[in-house]
Design a protein around this ligand. Sequence first.
Ligand code: SF4
Length: 346
Amino acid sequence: VPEKRSIFHQNLMQWYGTHGRRDLPWRNTRDAYAIYLSEVMLQQTQVATVLARFYQPFLARFPTLKALANANEREVLEAWQGLGYYSRARNLHKAAKACAGKLPSTVDELVALPGIGRNTAHAVASFAFGLPVPVMEANVKRVLCRIFALEQPTDNQLWEGAHALLDSDHVFDYNQAMMDIGAMVCRKRAPLCAECPASGICKGKANPEAYPQKKAKKAPPVRRKDIVVVQHPSGSFYATPRASRFLGGLYHFCELEPGENGFALGAQRLERADAVLLGGVTQQYSHFTLDAQIWLLRLKKTPKTAQKDSWHSWDMLVQLPMSMAEKKILALIEVSNPSKYRQNVA
Ligand code: SF4
């Protein structure tokens, strides 16, 4: 109903003026790259974490999309360390290269870039270029489900609802305000309907937590591995960048499936080779849980086959871009016996 919608827009703008998080740095710029970067970081990371540790340092290191396009992947991954979901960093880098340092301004062109889905394209298009398109990140989805009382909506239903509600005259503030009521008012648990600017149009407010309905989730599988930290007789450590898509470009140690034939045959062979069991590391990923035993193998002779640039002194090793699991392994090496394992480094 147009009148109700217009009252909702007024209430929303009023609420945003008083309660909105308008001081966030990406809300005070029209620099398309800075906005795009914030959207990518916020895809899987909380605002507080992005703000406290990652956004400004990344921008300081790569102040423009051109600077990012000119960097190499290792530098980009280094700057992304700790944020996780590294495909975001690789796609950001690929996109910077693909558009030669200048972001396009239409939704169709943005969606064609690596790692940019419809929501990110709409966010960049509306925040940087003022295009009248709605955003729909996880919090906004929940708000829409409740406003329209949708239990298990399809993406099309949600986008249709998002377009129907949009305030095209104030697209920047409208989209930001929708994200804010999702984060601050229409919370997953115990939403604050009495304070909500959408309560006048909300069909789900009588029982908000019924929308959307949860889908039953399967527990992710556990993958068990032996991981071997190989140390050269000179004291340096063997680590190479992953060639796989998952965590690609990040450095890792030698990984063995338990019982696999190859470098060693599980625990018994490792023990016979004088490898020392340092302990265990677990790491939760979105699609599996890693449960690894970590071994340290100090070689007595210089190996003939391993490439020279795969060996790193301890000081170099700790600077390499690595995922959280490898960082935990480094901590394990240090805790185990730093004076023994870090001595004589090349
Ligand atoms: S009225 Fe309640 S359920 Fe509806 S959008 Fe607002 S907080 Fe969410």
